[in-house]
Design a protein around this ligand. Structure first.
Ligand code: SF4
Ligand code: SF4
Length: 243
């Protein structure tokens, strides 16, 4: 009987997060290790199973010996790292990001179908955002209701690109893209045609399920009714890596 092929060895490192001594695989990121150990680090764009985008900056953490914050989603762990995830400085930083997100578009929770099931709303509550200190942009964006099952409301979009990545990386349709620059960026379908006229959309609904806010929802839901289910993602992303 042939000898079994040698398994590639995985290097293990030791590090400290919020005073806890932990060990981890050297190829893991800070946010992965933190979540495995039930240490909460907020994020909007990061989602286990999708590629790293690193755009929302909510997962920034303090690293001892570094004079700048690092993104926990895109920074690999290293031997001896000492990381802090919940200092007053980080709390102020995250609160400002959430306030800017609220000021950038029109997130009116009381009339949103995702009210009570929204990751942005949850973050605002955790960060203690009871008012916004910067002026609202008050830009009015269109709602695309052309799809027979789903609806896109740009006013509630936080440009996390989860929809773009899940549609491309898991469903393989690549219906979504991002158009424009800065605060005027918009997610678009099929080179900016109405979603209902898309040739590539399979109507699988994955983009709707991963959307953290009420930007992508099912048609016909009313205030507070829209819940999202992310359970499919770990299973499908593991299958993608194995195939
Ligand atoms: S419903 Fe599925 S195929 Fe259509 S845009 Fe969303 S993820 Fe892509
Ligand atoms: S539509 Fe939803 S998932 Fe897509 S970028 Fe906007 S907030 Fe993120």
């Amino acid at each position: 009987m042939p000898a079994p092929a040698p398994q590639p060895s995985v290097r293990v490192v030791t590090l400290t997060i919020d005073g806890r001594d932990l060990s981890a695989r050297a190829d893991e990121t800070i946010i992965q290790v933190a979540r495995e150990n039930r240490i909460p680090i907020p994020s909007l764009c990061y989602l286990e199973g999708l590629s790293i985008w690193g755009g929302c900056r909510l997962c920034m953490v303090e690293l001892a010996g570094s004079n700048r914050l690092v993104a926990a989603c895109s920074t690999q762990v290293a031997e001896g790292m000492v990381i802090s995830t919940c200092t007053p400085k980080l709390h102020r930083y995250r609160r400002t990001i959430v306030e800017l997100l609220f000021a950038e578009r029109n997130h009116v929770c009381s009339v949103c179908v995702s009210n009570g099931h929204c990751e942005l709303q949850n973050l605002a509550q955790k960060c203690g955002v009871d008012h916004v200190k910067v002026p609202y942009r008050s830009a009015a964006y269109q709602v695309d209701s052309s799809h027979e099952t789903f609806r896109l409301d740009h006013n509630r979009c936080v440009l996390c690109t989860r929809c773009v990545r899940v549609c491309d990386e898991i469903e393989g349709a690549h219906t979504w893209d991002v158009m424009g620059r800065g605060t005027d960026c918009l997610v678009i379908t099929d080179l900016n045609r109405p979603w209902g006229e898309s040739d590539t959309c399979t109507s699988c609904g994955k983009c709707v399920q991963v959307c953290p806010t009420g930007a992508l929802v099912k048609q016909g839901t009313s205030v507070g009714e829209m819940t999202k289910d992310l359970h499919f993602l770990p299973y499908l992303s593991r299958r993608r890596h194995l195939s």
